[in-house]
Design a protein around this ligand. Structure first.
Ligand code: CA
Ligand code: CA
Ligand code: CA
Length: 207
C-alpha cells in the first residue's frame, strides 16, 4: 500500500463518526437511533406474540409489539450487532414491556440479576408502558466496558413476563457506520488524488 493511500485510510478512519445522534424517545428515555437490540440469537420456551415472528417483535423499534411467556425456564438471547451497550453513568440498558409490571432474570457476562419494571406514564400498543433499567456495573462490567448480548429469563411465578423493546441508553456504534456528507466529500477528494497519482504513474510507465 502506498504511503498516500495509508494516509488517506487513516484520515477516513478518524473521520467516521463513532457515536450516532440521539434521535429516539421511548417512555421518557432518549436513545440513539440504532441503540436497540438487533437480533434474537436464540430462545427457549413457548411465547405468545403480538403479531409477526418472535424474532421481529423483540428486535423492532416499536414498544407496542411484544411477546410474553408462561413457560418455566423460557428465555430470549438478544444481541446488538450495529452497536454495543457501554457501561457509562447510571443505567445503561432499558427493558420495556406492557401491562402489569413484570420481572425478569437478566444474565450478562455470565452474571444474573433480577430486574423489576415500573410504569413510565406512557402508553404503547394500547397498554401502559413499563420499564426496567440495568446498570452494567451490576454484571461485573468495568466503566467504559461494552456488551453485545444479554439473556432475558422469564419467571414462572404465576404471572406472565413480557418484553417489547430493549435499548441501550449508553450506546456506541460499531462497524458499518455511514459516513457523514463532509466525510464523503473528503473520501472522494482522497480517491480523486489516488486516481490522479495512478494515472500519472501509468503515463510515466508508458512513456
Ligand atoms: Ca442496534
Ligand atoms: Ca417491539
Ligand atoms: Ca452504568
Amino acid at each position: 500500500m502506498s504511503k498516500l493511500i495509508r494516509i488517506l485510510c487513516a484520515a477516513a478512519a478518524l473521520a467516521v463518526p463513532q457515536m450516532a445522534s440521539a434521535a429516539v424517545s421511548v417512555g421518557g428515555f432518549s436513545f440513539d437511533n440504532n441503540a436497540f437490540v438487533d437480533v434474537l440469537n436464540s430462545s427457549s420456551g413457548s411465547f405468545s406474540i403480538s403479531g409477526g415472528p418472535l424474532s421481529t417483535v423483540v428486535t423492532d423499534t416499536d414498544p407496542g409489539t411484544f411477546a410474553f411467556s408462561f413457560s418455566q425456564g423460557a428465555f430470549l438471547d438478544l444481541g446488538f450487532t450495529d452497536n454495543v451497550a457501554v457501561n457509562g453513568a447510571g443505567n445503561d440498558i432499558v427493558l420495556f414491556e406492557l401491562g402489569a409490571p413484570d420481572r425478569w432474570l437478566v444474565t450478562i457476562n455470565g452474571i444474573s440479576s433480577q430486574c423489576q419494571s415500573a410504569g413510565t406514564g406512557f402508553n404503547a400498543g394500547g397498554f401502559g408502558l413499563n420499564a426496567c433499567g440495568l446498570d452494567l456495573s451490576a454484571f461485573g462490567i468495568a466503566n467504559g466496558g461494552t456488551v453485545s448480548s444479554l439473556r432475558l429469563s422469564f419467571f414462572d411465578d404465576g404471572t406472565t413476563a413480557s418484553t417489547s423493546l430493549v435499548g441501550a441508553l449508553n450506546s456506541q456504534t460499531v462497524g458499518g457506520a455511514i459516513p457523514e456528507p463532509a466525510t464523503w466529500a473528503m473520501l472522494l477528494t482522497g480517491f480523486g488524488l489516488v486516481g490522479a497519482t495512478m494515472r500519472r504513474r501509468a503515463a510515466a510507465t508508458a512513456a
